[in-house]
Design a protein around this ligand. Sequence first.
Ligand SMILES: C[S@@+](CC[C@H](N)C(=O)[O-])C[C@H]1O[C@@H](n2cnc3c(N)ncnc32)[C@H](O)[C@@H]1O
Length: 319
Amino acid sequence: MTLQSNYHRPVLLEEVLQIFNDVPAGKYLDVTLGGGGHVEAVLDLREDLGVVALDRDQDAIDASSRRLKRFRERVTLLKSDMKTFLQGDSTQSNGAYQFSAIFADLGVSSHHFDETSRGFSFSGHAVLDMRMDQESELSAFDVVNQYSQTDLVEVLKQGGDVRYAGRIAREIVEHRPIIYTDQLAQIVSAAIPQQAVKGRLHPATTVFQAIRIEVNGEFDQLRTLLASSRKQLIESGVLMVISYHSGEDRLVKEFMRAATTDHCSCPPKLPCVCGKTKWASPVTKGPLVASTDEVEANPRARSAKLRAIRKVELQKGSR
Ligand SMILES: C[S@@+](CC[C@H](N)C(=O)[O-])C[C@H]1O[C@@H](n2cnc3c(N)ncnc32)[C@H](O)[C@@H]1O
């Protein structure tokens, strides 16, 4: 029996389950629990799997613990960000405990936008916040009101490929203090030449995305996840990542390409001693993207890209 949830609708669910069909039995790690939709479907599909699931947002833990109660001891929920968990010294991290799969569905959940008071959405009136973990220190208010103009330009370019980043950063600095989401959205709209406002995308969309990425250190979190994945997976274990942003997808793509490509620098006729041999095989050839039906039913799926690799430990010294 599946409990319906308004918290978040899981994307690329069929594609994810297809890959989970071929994951070794045991415990897997979900580093982005959200509303628990992916976890619930995976545990229904595979009775021989359990999960350790993390979220840095207590709201997600609360919503999912109700939804996943029926799985009892197959589920362990932890309020943690992925970096802290993966670098921690608990028995479940540091390679002391390895997983049959690692699943990451990056970014925010629908709940973050629907709950106006969380300050993620430019269409509501709320104090600028955007922290996924409500106990963390840096908020959108701090970024908008305390970063230098130069640093703001960098944030906008890195996290949102924002056009007119220089103009927008200058207007932000001139209008300080900026307290509310709708106030920032208006300043952004006014900073952009009218002829450049095209299509359905509100000009504040990419600006809010970039600030959110900065507030939550999202690139740094992802880099730690990727770098830890080899150690945290058992042999034949699978790493799956869904990203929604071109910068994140680039990191995932380059990491997976390197993991599945032979970089060995030893002389060709000798056994490898450099340790730079490939350690994974591709599961997805290119990124899997949502069907038009899924995008129609759930527009958030539009930018989703799913990539996966499987750990294949080579024999020591083999090429
Ligand atoms: C796209 S939603 C995941 C949705 C989930 N797959 C589902 O089926 O409902 C992303 C979730 O991951 C959490 N999150 C994002 N970055 C995180 C991180 N670095 N560590 C832990 N949780 C994170 C967010 O709080 C959010 O709840």
